[in-house]
Design a protein around this ligand. Structure first.
Ligand code: C5P
Length: 253
């Protein structure tokens, strides 16, 4: 996996579609502008693992965003299977599954590549970017999202996980606590201006993300990768929307 000088390598586009045909049509339009495509539970559930052999030949790597959260043995088996799917560079589990589950997943991902070279990187989801303090309290999770996300990131790091998925609002604190080499992937990214959208602003589906940031705020806070879905998927001109994000990332470096 490469984070090279081109801002494209930092951009992960979420292919949140219900079936292969529109996902593929869309991915082909922007493949040369993105570093990775993210396949989440929506597309994976509809199409199964075969979707990866359709999308990985387009060039960008694959972030397999299935957020495993189960008993350690089950998660380890799922992680090991996922490492064998074509093009997977990033995959994830929920940090809330606990230390033993994280350690089992780390062991599985490492077992997939004896020399450790080119194996997929394993991320732990800290606190979903759709959750605010109230949503956390309703779920019986104490504290504010930032403090909770930092604690979960520290636990993931101790378990040997390569990085986390976290909102831009806690990125700085996680970077400080976990160091430069710990990967931070930031979803919930909302460009301030979106020239690809019909109205000139990213206006679609106001919006289940609670802890958002612009692409430049996310990268300045220390994110290695940003994940963008609806601001590109819903744009009238997805290439223009993607290019605008790349321009913003280039200016932020
Ligand atoms: O459309 P939007 O830009 O909000 O898409 C964000 C993507 O990132 C979605 O595919 C969602 O599943 C994913 N994601 C997230 N929060 C996390 C982890 C992943 O929003 N903590």
């Amino acid at each position: 996996m490469n984070i090279d000088a081109h801002p494209r390598s930092r951009l992960i586009v979420a292919l949140d579609f219900d079936s292969l045909a529109p996902a593929l049509r869309f991915a082909e339009q922007i493949a040369d502008l993105v570093g990775m495509f993210k396949i989440g539970c929506q597309l994976f559930t509809a199409e199964g693992p075969g979707i990866l052999s359709k999308l990985s030949p387009l060039g960008p790597g694959i972030f397999l965003d299935l957020k495993f959260h189960d008993i350690p043995n089950t998660v380890a088996s799922a992680v090991l299977t996922a490492t064998g799917l074509p093009g997977v560079q990033l995959m994830n589990i929920h940090a809330l599954g606990g230390r033993r589950m994280l350690e089992a997943a780390v062991k599985a991902v490492k077992a997939s590549a004896p020399l450790d070279a080119d194996r997929p990187q394993l991320l732990a989801v800290t606190v979903l970017t759709s959750m605010d303090g109230k949503a956390m309290r309703e779920a019986g999770i104490s504290g504010q999202p930032r403090a909770r996300a930092v604690k979960l990131a520290e636990m993931a790091k101790r378990a040997g996980v390569d990085g986390v998925v976290a909102s831009a609002q806690e990125t700085k604190a996680i970077r400080k606590a976990c160091g430069r080499d710990f990967l931070i992937v930031t979803p919930g990214v909302r460009p301030a201006l979106n020239p690809g959208s019909a109205k000139g602003r990213s206006s679609k589906t106001d919006d289940d993300q609670a802890r958002t940031a612009t692409p430049s705020q996310a990268v300045r806070a220390g994110a290695d990768f940003i994940v963008v879905g609806r601001p590109i998927l819903a744009a009238g001109d997805p290439r223009a929307a993607t290019q605008a994000i790349l321009d913003e990332l280039a200016a932020a470096e």
